[in-house]
Design a protein around this ligand. Structure first.
Ligand SMILES: C[S@@+](CC[C@H](N)C(=O)[O-])C[C@H]1O[C@@H](n2cnc3c(N)ncnc32)[C@H](O)[C@@H]1O
Length: 259
């Protein structure tokens, strides 16, 4: 890349939390891949980096160049009519989400010349970005088209850049429990895809299966990521409607929330 005149801004290590084992046991299990993030040249400064957004995404801490993300498994993995994987190297959406969230704004165009099942296009669409995909295998093109056409909702993070301009209120989760805005023993729910729930404990921690921890920690465990902004992850049911914790917190801060 340097020889071509590009400038390497970061080499990001994707650490696979659930790598494929080396079955023969002849060497270490490969558990990383490298992403090169480059600008058009050493002095080219017109690139996008959403520093504040990524800090918010990373629960208030600067994100490092090591990304702990599991391989694409479970419901996310696209299967053919024969039940077999539609593509051998389908990437996890979380990986593309970080790439696209950190380096683009709404309406930007993302190019993926090796489109495969269209993970880049799917995440771009969910984040309100445009995309161009190039793929040489007709089967994969069809898989990608079907996948992307079925998407009709945006992820909450899609407009974070816009909402970031408003200062985020500092409210410890436990305060909402103490004020009885969230009841002890009440259940919080994840986004539909994860279909998990957790019970609120009196100290503001959550109890989910065998885990106990903060809204952020339990969110990260469920997603198999290093960190999670629990405010943007958990939903609570109020008046039989799902309400994002962050929206509940906003209502509380603005004095709009009535018990
Ligand atoms: C690693 S896979 C991409 C997987 C994709 N990110 C996903 O999540 O499904 C690379 C893809 O590039 C395609 N490909 C390889 N060489 C190509 C070329 N010269 N032109 C177009 N597509 C190509 C392959 O068919 C393969 O589907």
């Amino acid at each position: 890349m340097l020889n071509l005149g590009y400038w390497i801004l970061n080499d990001v290590t994707w650490y696979k939390t659930n790598p494929m084992p080396n079955f023969l046991g002849t060497r270490f299990t490969n558990a990383t891949e490298t992403l090169l993030w480059c600008s058009k040249g050493e002095n080219y400064k017109k690139y996008t980096f959403n520093h504040k957004l990524m800090k918010q995404y990373n629960d208030g801490k600067q994100m490092t160049s090591v990304w702990n993300i599991g391989l694409c498994i479970g419901n996310e993995r696209i299967k053919g009519a024969d039940g077999k994987k539609a593509h051998s190297t389908q990437k996890p959406e979380e990986l593309l989400k970080r790439v696209i969230l950190s380096t683009t704004k709404q309406g930007h165009v993302v190019l993926d010349p090796f489109f495969g099942t269209g993970t880049t296009g799917a995440v771009a669409k969910k984040l309100g970005r445009k995309f161009i995909g190039i793929e040489r295998e007709k089967n994969y093109i069809q898989v990608a088209k079907t996948r992307i056409e079925s998407i009709n909702t945006l992820l909450p993070e899609s407009n974070w850049l816009e909402t970031l301009k408003e200062e985020q209120p500092k409210v410890p989760f436990v305060n909402l429990v103490r004020k009885n805005i969230i009841g002890i023993g009440e259940l919080l729910y994840t986004r539909k895809r994860y279909n998990k729930k957790a019970e609120v404990l009196s100290d503001g921690n959550l109890h989910c299966e065998e885990h106990i921890g903060s809204i952020h920690r339990i969110g990260a465990i469920i997603q198999q990521t290093l960190s999670c902004n629990g405010w943007k992850f958990w939903y609570i049911f109020k008046n039989n409607q799902p309400l994002l914790l962050d929206d509940l917190r906003m209502q509380y801060v603005k004095g709009e929330y009535q018990i």
